[in-house]
Design a protein around this ligand. Structure first.
Ligand SMILES: Cc1ncc(COP(=O)(O)O)c(C=O)c1O
Length: 733
């Protein structure tokens, strides 16, 4: 309706109407489609340009395009750094980000630019919401590792790469009619903020959301054959053509990461990527709602299905264990694909282990990544050795400091580290320590010591327990009362007799004048997470006392805070004469030990036992850092808290699922015993990005890192529960 008194300019109005009519097919084409827009470069500098761009954005949203914005802000950051007297420094095109720079980056991006964009979209009639660490974080990062041309790692400070995107939150926000605005700042699982490249972050989001289009709005109007000749704009390029242009140098410098990000997004299924100049009025509308477009559009090679996998490079959606692994890009720590490593193993490594078809390349805390960049929550990290998770920072630092001085010194010398670690252990338990390198060696040494101690009285027999596991060397495997480990390797070391668990009378019947010791795991691990009756260990101590025998506790698994006390025996207040340790003793560095009482220790005389590498400086430094971390990070408390959380979750699940026979939890040793085979759960969990173990056919076994947090417990249990529900449903059929 034309207001009265205003003369209608018919030709102008007709033209406008025609534009609208022409736009109909494009509007229809893009209604409900998802478009990710990355805003950056000096397009962000000019308020007028930004205002116009955001008007286009609001228009697109109004006609039904589902949108989100990701923005950088390099120039504003440079200005803020200059103001603070900090000189920007770039390493391989990335801004070196020390803590001061990080503070500025996060403040400028999340605090200022993001807020300003939200305000302007709202002023233009849209509804925007800023999603960042200040509100709700949607970008999860890990530290980015780059190396120079010689493979020497480069220090980039707090520069990260997006490894996971909160897809659900983004889709919920968009479906609620809002436009998410995301600054290029991401946060890792520990809450550490990272400066991330906005182009690659936008590509990660586009991949995670299966976006139809990814648009890079910058201050270049596309890709040119000759940058200095505007007539050479390449309006349409395939992936292969882009590769060619990178190889011949036509695409160079800052455009390379942008195009690489575009190619990554295409590989993951994004259908088109556009590079356009945000400074051109209505560039967005012209690119999307017209035949010609005004920048460069990049598409997959003809014939490529494009879609290889959904999610970010490290999302849990596609794991090689499923056989559907098709990712092209590798984790930055990987030198080759999983398959290439498997091929080397096939040729050169004795195939005595059943291995999952995955090569692991990087770990942080409770998470581990494979060569293809898939991330797993590991509820069985290092088979119980990585008690502080993967590469705990204090350990990394202490090991690095130690190896600069001494790695190995034989036991013909004294070292400070060995003395300090022995003191740290014995002051928390008893007696004196001997160091070796593994659990089986610790048990081998303990068995020798028990026999040496009893030898003057002609005693050598040792009672062990059914379903025990003590290791693979000859005495340790002979002590292991499981026939499957004895098949084909006999004759075993004589002198071991086996009793059922929790049967003190049976133990008494096995004792004779030649028995020197009883050896037991306070909680059987490999045997199925079998927790003894509350009075059983005290009963064994009593039998030893009555018969002048030694009590040996194999705490290779239960020691070092695993059960919520420094050593397992402290749970039952039953002190053994010899205590063996390994697994988590040095936080994942190979290390074993046994501790013997003041009375028993002297039976190990010089020449009777030794280990060349035992007590080496590297392992001792790692052990000390492990003890320190347990104290300083209040790990014992965490074990109690998270153990209770696991127990509660699994007991609830047991009520729901009759396939769960029993839930056995002691500290961070967790067994969910099924009445159906448990092995399929391992693969099914792995497909969903969670690692668990199955032992004794039916027991789903978890030995989580002792610093696991509540979020990770919930995340892991949710996956295990989903898998067990699925198995229960299949079992019913
Ligand atoms: C209780 C116990 N003892 C001994 C061992 C053997 O340890 P290693 O493999 O370090 O020789 C293990 C390994 O799982 C164990 O759980």
């Amino acid at each position: 309706m034309v207001p009265s008194g205003v003369v209608l300019n018919v030709s102008e109005a007709t033209q406008k109407a025609q534009v609208l009519i022409e736009a109909t097919r494009w509007i229809r084409r893009f209604r409900d489609r998802l478009v990710v827009i990355k805003l950056g470069g000096s397009a962000l500098e000019d308020p007028e340009v930004v205002r116009n761009l955001l008007k286009d954005v609001v228009f697109m949203e109004t006609v039904g395009v589902r949108l989100l914005l990701i923005h950088g802000g390099g120039k504003a950051i440079n200005a803020a750094m200059k103001k603070s007297g900090i000189q920007p420094r770039f390493v391989q095109g990335r801004r070196y980000t020390d803590p001061e720079t990080l503070e500025i980056v996060t403040q400028v991006l999340a605090g200022e630019i993001c807020g300003e964009l939200v305000t302007q979209i709202n002023a233009a009639g849209g509804q925007a919401v800023g999603l960042s660490y200040l509100t709700q974080n949607v970008l999860l990062a890990e530290k980015l590792f780059l190396a120079d041309e010689n493979g020497v790692p480069l220090d980039l400070g707090f520069v990260g790469q997006v490894v996971e995107v909160n897809r659900d939150l983004l889709l919920k926000t968009i479906d609620a009619g809002k436009i998410p605005v995301i600054p290029s700042v991401a946060v890792d699982w520990q809450g550490q903020k990272y400066n991330v490249n906005a182009d690659t972050a936008a590509a990660a989001v586009a991949r995670a959301l299966d976006a139809e289009k990814l648009i890079f709005l910058s201050d270049v109007s596309g890709i040119y054959r000759n940058r200095h000749d505007p007539g050479t704009l390449l309006s349409h390029l395939t992936e292969a053509e882009c590769r060619g242009l990178i190889a011949d140098g036509t695409i160079d410098s800052g455009m390379v990461p942008k195009v690489e990000a575009a190619l990554d997004a295409l590989k993951a299924g994004v259908q088109k990527v556009h590079v356009i100049d945000g400074r051109t009025p209505h560039s967005l509308l012209l690119e999307i709602f017209s035949d010609q477009g005004i920048g460069t559009e990049i598409v997959a090679n003809p014939g490529d299905s494009g879609r290889t996998t959904t999610g970010t490079p490290s999302s849990s959606s596609s794991h090689p264990a499923t056989g559907s692994m098709q990712k092209q890009s590798l984790h930055p720590a990987a030198r080759r694909s999983s398959q290439a490593t498997i091929d080397i193993f096939k040729q050169y490594v004795i195939p005595n282990y059943n291995r999952y078809p995955i090569s692991l390349v990087h770990g942080e805390g409770s998470y581990v990544w494979d060569a293809e960049g898939n991330r797993y929550l590991d509820l069985f990290p290092g088979w119980g050795c990585n008690i502080l998770g993967y590469s705990p920072p204090r350990l990394v630092q202490r090991i690095t400091e130690q190896i600069a001085h001494l790695i190995h010194v034989p036991n013909t010398w004294y070292t400070e580290a060995q003395g300090d670690f022995a003191a740290a252990l014995c002051s928390r338990s008893f007696g004196k320590a001997f160091f070796c390198n593994s659990g089986t060696e610790a048990n081998e040494g303990a068995i020798k010591l028990a026999r040496l101690h009893g030898s003057s009285k002609g005693r050598y027999k040792i009672i062990t327990f059914e379903n025990s596991f003590h290791g693979r060397t000859y005495a340790a495997v002979s002590a292991t009362a499981q026939p499957k480990y004895h098949e084909g390797i006999g004759p075993l070391v004589p002198g071991f007799v086996y009793a059922p668990l929790n049967d003190l009378d049976a133990v008494r019947r096995l004792v004779d004048r030649e028995t020197c010791a009883i050896m037991i795991e306070p909680v059987q691990g490999e045997g199925g997470v079998n927790i003894p009756d509350e009075t059983f260990l005290a009963g064994l101590k009593q039998i030893c006392r009555e018969n002048d025998m030694l009590l040996v506790f194999d705490e290779v698994q239960t020691g070092m805070a695993r059960l919520g006390t420094w050593f397992g025996y402290q749970q039952w207040n039953v002190q053994p004469d010899i205590l063996t340790l390994a697994k988590g003793l040095a936080g994942g560095v190979a290390c074993g030990a046994f501790i013997a009482t003041e009375e028993v220790a002297p039976s190990l005389k010089p020449g009777k036992h030794a280990s060349t590498f035992g007590g080496n400086a590297l392992a001792m430094a790692a052990g000390l850092a492990t003890v320190e971390t347990i104290v300083e990070d209040r790990i014992l408390e965490n074990v109690h808290t998270q153990s209770a959380r696991f127990r509660e979750h699994f007991l609830k699940l047991q009520k729901e699922l009759p396939i769960i026979r029993e839930v056995r939890v002691r500290g961070m040793m967790i067994g969910v015993d099924l009445n159906i085979p448990g092995m399929p759960a391992v693969g099914k969990c792995m497909e969903r990005g969670v690692l668990v173990n199955c032992t004794h056919e039916t027991v789903i076994r978890l030995l989580p890192s002792l610093n696991i947090d509540a979020h990770q417990v919930d995340e892991g249990v949710a996956v295990v529960s989903e898998v067990l529900r699925e198995m229960a449903a299949q079992h019913k059929k």
